[in-house]
Design a protein around this ligand. Structure first.
Ligand code: UD1
Ligand code: CA
Length: 487
């Protein structure tokens, strides 16, 4: 095994427990597959583990393993550490879960970190601090603890008069005196692999819940004469577990507070942090201004000097330097530098707007490349199209891409000027420098430099309404106008 972790000289492995049922979520989706900040809870925990640069990561799955196992393997593709899956057939307690995890670490010697998949705010930095505390003086077990105003439900950290940790008392097993302790077990530990392996064989189910508790490893190790310590976490907010949807929302808000703060520290102005949501994988440049009601999701990248919002949602979007994106919904698309988008603009997947391009109000684009300096300013659908450079598409035009069975492509050249209400019946090509008249239906290719018009000359059939729609309000209005004209 390589020794590429950050701290200490001995190898490090991380076991992430993800076998629990999560019944309080009341969901067909497994608890750890619910997402905040653009990642599932499971993904957050695996990424935190990976931040230690460990030699191995093991995900212990059980309940809903058909969902959780493949999801873990998919996250594994993005990790630097090798990930393996261990299956806990029956949820016989946290000690049993860790024992299952250890089956994937046969022969491993060094430090085993244990974390939970439902603690999404835990950072790699805190795990690194735990690992450093565990390794700087020889320690067999280090438990990550926190002090809580309301410790109810957690295992209490029990110390002797010398302040040494002796054992952990679970809520349901603790004495009245133990219940008064406000230092609790976060569920995150660092273990010496050999001590852990040995202690796991000696866990009993002699407790209120009839389960094998990982917490009992502390007492066993200490009774064997091994050093056992606690490392108090600086920020207990990091260790908040998610068991229901109320806690999910609270964790999501706390995570967002961090990502929005990081954007501001990176030189972005966020006018209203409370209504700005930024996923963890989003990149925000310098001198970006984010107006209220903006959501930046997925792997969105915002270059420098961009203004986004208000009321804009961008999912996996790339926004070039100096662009303005107002009241827009964009997915899987690219907006070039110094472009102008919105308000009320919908970019569907595969839209590429060139530099200094414009997509204006009530414009929808999909699978369309719009060249440098080209403008689609008003009320238009651009689907399956390539538009060259410095062209202008008139208001209220439609790229008619769908014949009811198949989608077809439209190509528009450079420096084209099309009139309002032009219909491009795909597949069709409009050559460079061509013009179209208002209301043109383009069914056949238009050569470069041509003016295309369609639909013949206007014909007024006088008196048609009074004759064909007698008694209607329109006919009455027409008669009144005629009588007024006649004087
Ligand atoms: C556990 C700790 C408690 C600690 C608390 C922190 C034990 C006995 N108690 O209590 O000291 O304060 O976490 O949140 O460890 N899991 C499995 N397989 C199982 C059982 C659990 O994978 O058979 C996983 C769960 O999915 C969860 C984690 O282990 O991710 C913790 O299990 P849970 O039952 O929630 O333990 P708590 O009662 O919260
Ligand atoms: Ca729990």
């Amino acid at each position: 095994m390589t020794e590429n972790h950050q701290t200490g000289d001995s190898p490090v492995a991380v076991v992430v427990l993800a076998a629990g049922a999560g019944t309080r979520m009341k969901s067909a989706t497994q608890k750890t597959l619910h997402a905040i900040g653009g990642r599932t809870l499971l993904s957050h925990s695996l990424h935190a583990a990976d931040a230690l640069h460990p030699d191995a990561v093991v995900a212990v799955v059980g309940h809903g393993r058909d969902q959780v196992g493949p999801a873990a393997l998919a996250v594994g593709e993005d990790l630097t550490a090798p990930l393996s899956i261990a299956v806990q057939e029956n949820q016989n307690g946290t000690g049993d879960a860790v024992a299952v995890g250890m089956t994937a670490l046969e022969g491993f010697e060094g430090t085993v970190i244990v974390t939970n998949a439902d603690v999404p705010l835990l950072t790699g930095d805190t795990l690194a601090a735990l690992l450093a505390a565990h390794t700087e003086v020889p320690t067999a077990v280090t438990v990550l603890t926190m002090r809580l105003d309301d410790p109810f439900g957690y295992g209490r950290i029990i110390r002797n008069e010398a302040g040494e940790v002796t054992h952990i008392a679970e809520q349901k097993d603790a004495t009245d005196a133990e219940l008064l302790v406000d230092e609790v077990n976060s569920g995150v530990f660092a273990f010496d692999a050999a001590v852990l392996r040995d202690a796991l064989t000696r866990l009993t189910t002699d407790n209120t819940q009839g389960e094998r508790y990982i917490t009992d490893v502390l007492g066993i190790a200490r009774d064997d004469g091994h050093p056992v310590r606690a490392h108090i976490a600086e920020d207990p907010r990091e260790l908040a577990g998610v068991n229901d949807r109320v806690q999910l929302a609270a964790a999501g808000a706390e995570l967002n507070r961090r990502t929005v703060e990081a954007a501001m520290r990176g030189g972005a102005t966020v006018v209203d942090p409370a209504t700005t949501w930024i996923d963890v994988e989003v990149t925000v440049g310098q001198d970006v201004t984010i107006l209220p009601g903006t959501q930046l999701k997925g792997r969105t990248v915002i270059a420098d000097n961009v203004t986004v919002g208000p009321d804009t949602t961008l999912v996996n979007m790339e926004i070039g330097e100096g662009s303005t994106v107002v009241r827009t919904h964009g997915i899987d698309s690219i907006i070039g530098p110094r472009a102008d988008v919105g308000p009320f603009t919908y970019l569907r997947p595969g839209t590429v707007l060139g530099e200094e391009g414009k997509l204006g109000g009530f414009v929808e684009a999909k699978n369309a490349t719009i060249g440098r300096g080209s403008k689609v300013p008003h009320l238009t659908y651009v689907g399956d199209a390539t538009i060259g450079e410095y062209s202008n598409i008139g208001a209220s035009s439609v790229f008619v891409n769908y014949d009811g069975v198949n989608k077809h492509h439209t190509t528009v050249g450079d420096h084209v000027r099309t009139g309002s209400d032009t219909m491009f019946i795909a597949p069709v090509t409009v050559g460079d420098g061509a013009y179209s008249g208002a209301g043109t239906v383009i069914k056949d290719d238009v050569p470069a430099g041509a003016l295309v018009v369609s639909g013949g000359h206007q014909r007024n059939i006088e008196g048609w309404v009074e004759k064909k729609r007698p008694g209607s309000p329109a006919a009455d209005a027409a008669r009144a106008a005629r009588e007024k004209d006649a004087g």
